[in-house]
Design a protein around this ligand. Structure first.
Ligand code: PFF
Length: 459
C-alpha cells in the first residue's frame, strides 16, 4: 500500500489533483459511501414493507441488472475525466449536460441535510446506550428525541464531524477514516448476526426475511422501491461514485472494483437483516417495523435490546455504533460531491468549500430535524426520485451521448476475468438501463406526487 503520485495529467483534470493513496483506499472509501444508514435503517423497513424475502430477491436482481452497470457508468466518467460531476459531464458531453451535474449536486445537498438528522439520532442512541441505557418506553422516547431542539443539536454535531473529515482531504481524511471505520463496522455487524442466531424465537424472523412470497414480486411499489433502494444503497444516481473515481489512478480494474463494492454493500445490508429481523421477531415487535415509519428501526431495536437486559445494552451500543460509523463514511461522500464541485467550478480552497457548503446543508437540515414527516418527504424526493432521475440521465449519457466509447475506459486496467463481461455491460447500459429506469421513473414521479400532496394535506 504505497502512496502513488498525487497528481494527474489528464486533459480534463486539474493538474495537481489529489489521488487515493492505494487501491484499497479507494475501495474502502467507496464501500464506506455505499454502506450506511441505507443498509440498516432504510433496507430493513423497505424490505419489511415489500414482503421481506420477495423484496430481497428483487433487490439482488436490480443490483446485478441496473446497479453494477450504473456504477460502471459513474466510475468510467470519473476516472476518465478526473473531474467532479459538473465538469466531467461538460468535458465529455458539452454544456447541455451541465444541468444533470446540478441535479447530482442538489441531490447530494438535500440527501445529506436529512441523512445527518438520522445519523444524529444514531449518535445519540450510541451515547445513551453507553451512559444511561435504553429508555423504558422506546416509542415515546423516539417521539421525544426525533424532532426538536435535541435532534437539531445531534444533527449539528454529526455535521461538524463530517465537515472535519472532508476538510482534511482525500488521502488523510476520507481514505484514513474509511480504512479504520469500514472493517470495524463489518466486524460489529457480523458479530451481531451471530449473536442474533442464538436468540430463542429468531426462526420466525428468518422465515419472514428469507422465504419469498412471489406474489409481491410484481407489485409496482415493491419494484420501484427495490430499484430506488439499490441506487440509494450503492450511492448511485448523484455522482458520488463518479467523484470518488475522479481520485483514482489509471491502473485499477473498474469492473473488479464495482463488483467488490456492490458485493460488500449487499453483504452488509443482508447481514444487517440477519440482525434486525430475528431480533424483532424474537420479541414480537414486528408491527413497529411494518408500520413503515422512518423511526421503525429506532423504536423496535432499542425495545428489543432493552428486554435483553445487560447484554442487550452492550449489543445495542455496538449496533448503533456500527450504524453511526456507516453513516459517517456515507455522509463524507455526500458532502464530497458538493465540495469537489465547488472546488472545481469556483476554484475555492477545500477548507472553505467544505465549511461553507457544510454550514448551508446543516441549516437546511434543521427543517428535517423539526419534522419527521418532512424528513420522510425529502427522502422520497431526493433519496428516491432524484436518484432515479440521475440514474436515467447517467445511463443515457454514457450509453448514447458522451463522446468517448465507454468500453475503452472499462478496458483500461481490466484483467481477463472481468474484461469478458464488458460487451455485456455496455449492452445493458445502452438498451436495458434507459427503458427500465425510465419506467421506474414514472412510478417514482407518481409516488412522489402522492407523497407531496398528502404532506401538504397534513399527513
Ligand atoms: N449509500 C448510502 C447509504 O446506503 O446509506 C447513502 C448515500 C450515500 C446515498 C451517498 C447516495 C450517495 F451519493
Amino acid at each position: 500500500m504505497t502512496p502513488s503520485a498525487s497528481s494527474s495529467s489528464d486533459p480534463g483534470g486539474t493538474p495537481a489533483r489529489e489521488l487515493f493513496g492505494s487501491k484499497w483506499g479507494f475501495v474502502l472509501a467507496a464501500v464506506g459511501s455505499a454502506v450506511g444508514l441505507g443498509n440498516m435503517w432504510r433496507f430493513s423497513y423497505v424490505a419489511a414493507e415489500g414482503g421481506g424475502a420477495a423484496f430481497v430477491f428483487l433487490y439482488i436482481i436490480m443490483i446485478g441488472l441496473l446497479g453494477i452497470p450504473l456504477m460502471l457508468c459513474e466510475l468510467t466518467v470519473g476516472r476518465r475525466t478526473h473531474l467532479s460531476p459538473i465538469g466531467a459531464l461538460r468535458a465529455l458531453g458539452g454544456k447541455g449536460w451541465v444541468p444533470l451535474g446540478f441535479l447530482f449536486v442538489t441531490a447530494g445537498f438535500l440527501i445529506l441535510s436529512y441523512y445527518s438528522v438520522i445519523a444524529g439520532w444514531t449518535l445519540r442512541y450510541t451515547v445513551e446506550a453507553a451512559t444511561v441505557g435504553f429508555a423504558a418506553d422506546p416509542g415515546a422516547h423516539f417521539g421525544e428525541i426525533a424532532a426538536g431542539g435535541t435532534a437539531i443539536m445531534w444533527h449539528l454535531i454529526f455535521m461538524v464531524l463530517t465537515i472535519g473529515i472532508v476538510m482534511i482531504g482525500v488521502q488523510k481524511g476520507i481514505e484514513k477514516a474509511a480504512t479504520i471505520l469500514m472493517p470495524t463496522l463489518a466486524l460489529i455487524v457480523v458479530g451481531l448476526a451471530v449473536w442474533a442466531f442464538t436468540l430463542p424465537g429468531a426462526g420466525a424472523g428468518y422465515a419472514f426475511y428469507l422465504q419469498p412470497d412471489f406474489g409481491d414480486l410484481f407489485d409496482r411499489t415493491t419494484i420501484r422501491q427495490a430499484v430506488a433502494q439499490a441506487f440509494f444503497s450503492l450511492s448511485l444516481g448523484m455522482g458520488a461514485m463518479l467523484t470518488f473515481a475522479s481520485y483514482l489512478s489509471r491502473d485499477t480494474d473498474l469492473n473488479q472494483e464495482a463488483a467488490t463494492i456492490s458485493f460488500a454493500d449487499f453483504f452488509v445490508a443482508f447481514a444487517a437483516g440477519l440482525v434486525v429481523f430475528p431480533v424483532i421477531f424474537a420479541l414480537g415487535l414486528q408491527d413497529s417495523v411494518t408500520a413503515s415509519t422512518v423511526g421503525a428501526l429506532f423504536i423496535s431495536l432499542p425495545g428489543a435490546f432493552l428486554e435483553m437486559g445487560g447484554a442487550g445494552r452492550l449489543v445495542g451500543f455496538l449496533f448503533f455504533l456500527a450504524l453511526a460509523v456507516g453513516a459517517l463514511t456515507s455522509a463524507i461522500s455526500l458532502l464530497e460531491v458538493v465540495t469537489a464541485s465547488i472546488i472545481d467550478e469556483l476554484g475555492m480552497t477545500r477548507a472553505r468549500a467544505a465549511i461553507g457548503v457544510g454550514i448551508l446543508i446543516a441549516a437546511v437540515g434543521i427543517l428535517s430535524a423539526l419534522s419527521t414527516d418532512l424528513l420522510g418527504l425529502i427522502d422520497q424526493i431526493a433519496g428516491d426520485l432524484f436518484l432515479v432521475m440521475g440514474a436515467l440521465g447517467m445511463s443515457i449519457f454514457v450509453g448514447w451521448a458522451m463522446k468517448d466509447d465507454p468500453s475503452a475506459e472499462l478496458r483500461r486496467g481490466a484483467g481477463p476475468t472481468f474484461a469478458r463481461f464488458i460487451p455485456g455491460v455496455v449492452f445493458l447500459i445502452r438498451f436495458v438501463l434507459p427503458p427500465v429506469i425510465g419506467i421506474v421513473l414514472i412510478f417514482s414521479i407518481q409516488d412522489a406526487w402522492g407523497a407531496i400532496t398528502s404532506f401538504l394535506a397534513g399527513g
